[in-house]
Write a protein that binds this ligand. Structure first.
Ligand SMILES: Nc1ncnc2c1ncn2[C@@H]1O[C@H](COP(=O)(O)OP(=O)(O)OP(=O)(O)O)[C@@H](O)[C@H]1O
Ligand SMILES: [Mg+2]
Length: 297
């Protein structure tokens, strides 16, 4: 089966599952047609924690993110979905200024975290990235031991006074991602010696070890098998109690399973933001419907 038809199949089954939950999809004819720049649903929220305001990202002549204004509340889990190349990664990389490290990226517009402009001249991007952690598509443990992977952030940010405190942070972080039992006897083996799913949980432990406020996840399960994926999804549910989570995913089941809101991107623009159930049972925009049912992708 091709990747596209797999995604289309999963989109259809997620939609079917969601429909059984509640509601009946509106007839397609009633849905809005695309008007460039228009956003349907509600991209705002009360007391927003993360705000992007008319955000643009360019790479040379490529306009990857086009005028995206989106608000995310504290402890929300928002899934960003949309066809490949629509700007999801470029968008989340603005929130912790990872685009600073991309040579030809140009960012315009504003990003606020808890009311502060993350692009302010006096803001330290390294400190920002401790507050806004990131988990990547491919697990990327540092070439260090399991222990040192998790201890890395607390060490560079001076979060522990002595070895006992550092041990406690490392063990607690591994426990929270459900990895401690599996690795307790091999803390000094390389992080890369773990399975893919374990490596991804190690990377999440490394992210939470510095006590961030926000976790950005860019397709965190796309390199994992279904069992490892299910474990990460359970973990996201638990993490959602303490963190604000922005997750990019190509899996409609995953978006339906873990998120509270969904933002659908298309060609760099934000098209629809709605509660997850609404998006999968009764999308407001024709393009959203076309995407979740696999007609575009
Ligand atoms: N470093 C770069 N230099 C030039 N163009 C880039 C760069 N990174 C991304 N782009 C382009 O910007 C656009 C948006 O890319 P981005 O990676 O944000 O999309 P995406 O929605 O995350 O896609 P995918 O689902 O495939 O990961 C694409 O046209 C891509 O080719
Ligand atoms: Mg991407």
């Amino acid at each position: 089966m091709s990747e596209t038809s797999k995604i289309a199949g999963s989109a259809r089954s997620a939609e079917a599952t969601a429909r059984r939950g509640d509601g009946v999809a509106a007839p397609a004819a009633q849905r809005r047609l695309y008007t460039a720049g228009e956003v349907v649903g509600d991209p705002t929220c009360p007391d927003p924690y993360i705000v992007t305001d008319r955000l643009h990202v360019h790479y040379g002549s490529i306009h990857a993110v086009n005028n995206v204004s989106l608000q995310i509340a504290r402890n929300d889990v928002i899934a960003l979905i949309g066809p490949s190349g629509c700007g999801k990664t470029s968008f989340i990389r603005c929130i912790n200024r990872m685009n600073d490290t991309v040579e030809n990226a140009r960012v315009a517009g504003r990003v606020l975290l808890d009311g502060r402009d993350v692009y302010a001249a006096d803001l330290d991007p390294v400190a920002l990235r401790a507050r806004v952690g990131m988990v990547f598509q491919k697990p990327n443990p540092f070439p260090k031991s399991i222990y040192d992977n998790v201890a890395y952030g607390p060490r560079i940010h001076g979060l522990s006074r002595d070895r006992a405190e550092l041990d406690e942070i490392v063990y607690r972080s591994l426990e929270r991602v459900g990895l401690l039992k599996e690795v307790q006897k091999r803390m000094h083996e390389p992080g890369t010696s773990l399975s893919g799913g374990q490596q991804q949980r190690l990377c999440i432990a490394r992210t939470i070890a510095v006590d961030p406020e926000v976790i950005l996840m860019d397709e965190p399960c796309s390199a994992l098998d279904p069992i490892a994926t299910a474990r990460i999804e359970d973990l996201i549910d638990e993490l959602a109690m303490n963190y604000t989570i922005v997750i990019v995913t190509h899996s409609m089941q995953q978006a339906a399973r873990v998120s509270r809101r969904v933002a659908f991107f298309h060609l760099g623009g934000l098209v629809e933001v709605n509660e997850t159930n609404r998006v999968f049972t009764n999308p407001e925009h024709k393009l959203t419907e076309d995407y979740i049912t696999g007609r575009i992708g």
